[in-house]
Ligand binder design. Sequence first.
Ligand SMILES: [Zn+2]
Length: 320
Amino acid sequence: MALPLVYHPEYVTPLPPGHRFPMPKFGLVYEMLLAEGIVSTSTVHVPDSADRELLTLVHTEEYVDSILEGTIKPAALRRIGLPWSEGLARRTRRAVGGTLLTARLALEHGLACNTAGGTHHAHPSFGSGFCLFNDLAVAAAALLAEEAVRRILVVDLDVHQGDGTAAAFQADDRVFTFSMHCGSNFPFRKTPGDLDVALPEGLSDDEYLRELESILPDLVNPAVPEMAPDLVLYDAGVDVFAGDRLGRLNLTLEGITRRDRFVLETCLAADVPVAAVIGGGYDQDVSALADRHCILHRVAASLRPGRSRLRGLAQERPVP
Ligand SMILES: [Zn+2]
């Protein structure tokens, strides 16, 4: 079966010319995956837009309304770093809906990918670092609320710490937040998650992979049932790349490929479904950047997940 892949044209909305956020990358990722046959226009999964009720599972009503209605204060907007527009509000709602759909597809098929997502700097009551609403947190909260899952593991390998996701679940032990990032990079004031690994600047492939290999298998180990997640949300940010404008690590394209393969294979070997989002990546050359993001989808498309653990769980549940 083809890799379940999620995209919506609203993922792209115009920004002022020269803005440093590489908005066109989302459309280019989809076009590249179409050209490579990893997705087709008839198989792509089209997400709903996240509504107010869904967003307020994580975010405060005041903050959600300020984005939906465009009444957000200039200082709060400066912290986000994007100019408000109706298109921007539409795009962030659609991307949140996209990650939720990706998570549902992962539960059904074992593995699924979004072509956006990873807005992990969005806190419950404010946005930050190009992130308005936290797609990872909202998707996790929605699936927990409807009891589709009991425990979720967030594997955040974007080069920046997942402070917003950590903040959303600090008092919730159903979500384990693991972030491995460059310690000296944004956000400079970290919000502690369940497991934070701050890497030194300039780390390269082998050292990075060694660190990841020493951590991840224990987090999905089915032999530890009180830890084992029913779903992994994977933020595959490519700002770990050596040439990234906002990253400070030194990974090669081959290193990113090895990383994504290791994460997906480790989770699938433990029979844990994975929903992956593309996360951060910054480059003047948007085509090269989009190509870098497609590593995730290429690796995912090459893997064949087995039976999802969750279907086993559903069968174990007593009939009400
Ligand atoms: Zn980042």
